[in-house]
Design a protein around this ligand. Structure first.
Ligand code: NDP
Length: 452
C-alpha cells in the first residue's frame, strides 16, 4: 500500500528527512512518524526546550531493536523458520509495553510503526508504561494447536531474555490471543523457573489474568465513541454501527455497541464481510471465531437473513458509526468517500492506523468525528496495565469493578485528547489532540531524565 504524505512544517522536516534516510523502505513506520510530526507543531512551539534536548531526534529512534530466528517443526516433521521481532521503543514513562503480532505480513516496518504509536497511546492512558511492539511473520491460520504451541515455545526461547515484569511486558495483538499467551507464559515460566505473573498480560483469568482484558479494546472503543457523540449531545441509540474484522477488537466492539443501544450490522475477515440487518449475533460470532476458528462466510450460512459479500470491505454499506477493527490502511480514500456518501457521523479506529492519510483528509473535510487508534483503542493496553497492578499486589478485581475503571480511563483519554486539541487551537481534532497530549507526557519525562 503506498500513501501520499503531505509536506511537513519546516520545524520538523529535517528530523523526518533523517528518519527517511535511515529507514528508506519502511513505509508504515514512515507513515506513523509523519502523522505524529505533522500534528505536534503547537507543542514544539510552546516548549523550545524540547529542541535543545533533541527530544524529536531521540524519540523517532527505538531504544533497542531485537530480531531473531524462530525455528520449529510442523506436524509433518518439516522444519520451518520464521523471523521474530521485539522493538523496545521508549521506556521513559515505565517498562516497555505493547502486543505481539503473529501474521504473515509482519516485518520490521510494521512492528516499528506499531511500537512508535504505542509510545503515545500508552502515555495517553496515564498509566506509567513505555512503548514497544513485537511479533513474527508466522501465520497461525490452519495450524494445529500443537504447531502453535511449538512455535510459541521457540519464540519464547529467545524472547525471555529481553522481557520481565519491570523491563518489558508483552501482550496479544493480531494472531495472538488467549491460547498463544498461555503457551508463551508457560515457556517463560519453565525457562526462568519463576511464576512471574506480570511478565505478560492477557493471561487466563484463572492464572493471573484480569477481568475485562479480553473485552477491553472493543469495549473501550465504543466508550470513546460515546464520549465523542456526547460532546455534540448525541448518543449511540439506534445508530447503525459498521465494524470490520471479527477478532478480539471487533467482537467486543460489536458486543458493547449493541449493549449501549446501537445496531452493529457488519463484521468481516480477510475473505469478505457479512451484513446482518437484524444486528450481529455476538454469541454466534464468538462461537465461530473464538471456538471453531471458522471463516466469516459461515456466519451468513448459519444466520437467517444475513448476507456474505465475498472479497469486499463493509464501507459501502449505510453506516452511522464506523469502527474499523481489522488492520492498518484498511480504509483508503475511496472507502472514506463511500462512508461519507453513506452519511457516516463518526469513525473510531479500533485497529492501529486503519485509515490512510488520504482517508483521514476525506473525513476531516466532511466534518466527520474522527477518533485515531492511539486514543480509541487505548483501553486494551490500559487494562493490561491494570492487570500488571493486580499481579504486583496479588489482587483480583471483579468484572464490574474492572469495567468501571476502563470506562473512567476512556473518559480521561477522551478528555486529554479533546482538551489538548482545544488548548492548541484545534478543537475537535482528535488526531492533533491525542498526539500533542501523548507526546508532551513522554517528552517531559525524557527531558527530566537527561540525554539517554
Ligand atoms: P485478531 O487477530 O483477533 O483479529 C484480526 C481480525 O482482522 C481478523 O478478523 C482478521 O481476519 C482481520 N484481518 C487481519 N489482517 C487483515 C487483512 N490484512 N485484511 C483483512 N482483514 C484482516 O486481532 P485483534 O482484534 O487483536 O486486532 C485487530 C486490530 O486492533 C489490529 O490493528 C491491532 O493492532 C489492533 N489492536 C488490538 C488490541 C488488542 O487488545 N487485541 C489493542 C489495540 C489495538 P483473518 O482472520 O481473515 O486474517
Amino acid at each position: 500500500m503506498t500513501t501520499t504524505l503531505a509536506a511537513l512544517p519546516v520545524s520538523v522536516r529535517s528530523v523526518y528527512d533523517e528518519v527517511v534516510a535511515r529507514n528508506p523502505h519502511e513505509t508504515e513506520f514512515l507513515q506513523a512518524v509523519h502523522e505524529v510530526l505533522d500534528s505536534i507543531g503547537p507543542v514544539l512551539d510552546a516548549h523550545p526546550e524540547y529542541a535543545d534536548a533533541g527530544i524529536l531526534e531521540r524519540i523517532v529512534e527505538p531504544e533497542r531493536q531485537i530480531m531473531f530466528r524462530v525455528p520449529w517443526v510442523d506436524d509433518d516433521g518439516i522444519l520451518r523458520v520464521n523471523r521474530g521481532y521485539r522493538i523496545q521503543f521508549n521506556s521513559a514513562l515505565g517498562p516497555y509495553k505493547g502486543g505481539l503480532r503473529f501474521h504473515p505480513s509482519v516485518n520490521l516496518s510494521i512492528i516499528k510503526f506499531l511500537g512508535f504509536e504505542q509510545i503515545f497511546k500508552n502515555a495517553l492512558t496515564g498509566q506509567g508504561i513505555g512503548g514497544a511492539k513485537g511479533g513474527a511473520d508466522f501465520d497461525p491460520h490452519g495450524r494445529s494447536d500443537a504447531e502453535v504451541m511449538r512455535f510459541c515455545q521457540s519464540f519464547m526461547a529467545e524472547l525471555y531474555r529481553h522481557i520481565g515484569e519491570h523491563t518489558d511486558v508483552p501482550a496479544g495483538d493480531i494472531g495472538v490471543g488467549g491460547r498463544e499467551i498461555g503457551y508463551l507464559f508457560g515457556m517463560y515460566r519453565k525457562i526462568t523457573n519463576r511464576h512471574e505473573s506480570g511478565v505478560l498480560t492477557g493471561k487466563g483469568t484463572g492464572w493471573g489474568g484480569a477481568q475485562v482484558r479480553t473485552e477491553a479494546t472493543g469495549y473501550g472503543a465504543v466508550f470513546f465513541v460515546q464520549e465523542m457523540l456526547a460532546v455534540h449531545g448525541e448518543s449511540l441509540d439506534g445508530k447503525r454501527v459498521g465494524v470490520s474484522g471479527s477478532g478480539n477488537v471487533a467482537i467486543y466492539a460489536i458486543d458493547k455497541a449493541r449493549q449501549l443501544g446501537g445496531l452493529p450490522v457488519t463484521a468481516s475477515d480477510s475473505s469478505g464481510y457479512v451484513i446482518d440487518e437484524a444486528g450481529i449475533d455476538v454469541d454466534l460470532l464468538r462461537q465461530l471465531k473464538e471456538v471453531e476458528r471458522a471463516r466469516i462466510a459461515e456466519y451468513a450460512a448459519r444466520r437467517p437473513g444475513a448476507r456474505f459479500v465475498e472479497g469486499a470491505k463493509p464501507w459501502t454499506e449505510q453506516i452511522d458509526i464506523a469502527i474499523p477493527s481489522a488492520t492498518q490502511n484498511e480504509i483508503d480514500e475511496a472507502d472514506a468517500e463511500a462512508l461519507v456518501a453513506g452519511g457516516v457521523r463518526a469513525v473510531a479506529e479500533g485497529a492501529n492506523m486503519p485509515s490512510t492519510p488520504e482517508a483521514v483528509e476525506v473525513f476531516r473535510a466532511a466534518g466527520v468525528l474522527f477518533g485515531p487508534g492511539k486514543a480509541v483503542n487505548a483501553g486494551g493496553v490500559a487494562t493490561s496495565a491494570l492487570e500488571m497492578t493486580q499481579n504486583a499486589g496479588r489482587e483480583h478485581w471483579s468484572f464490574a469493578d474492572s469495567e468501571h475503571r476502563l470506562r473512567g480511563i476512556m473518559r480521561d483519554v477522551h478528555a486529554a485528547a479533546f482538551t489538548a486539541a482545544r488548548h492548541y487551537g484545534r478543537e475537535g481534532d482528535y488526531v492533533v489532540g491525542a498526539n500533542c497530549a501523548g507526546f508532551e507526557r513522554v517528552a517531559n519525562a525524557m527531558l527530566a531524565q537527561g540525554v539517554l
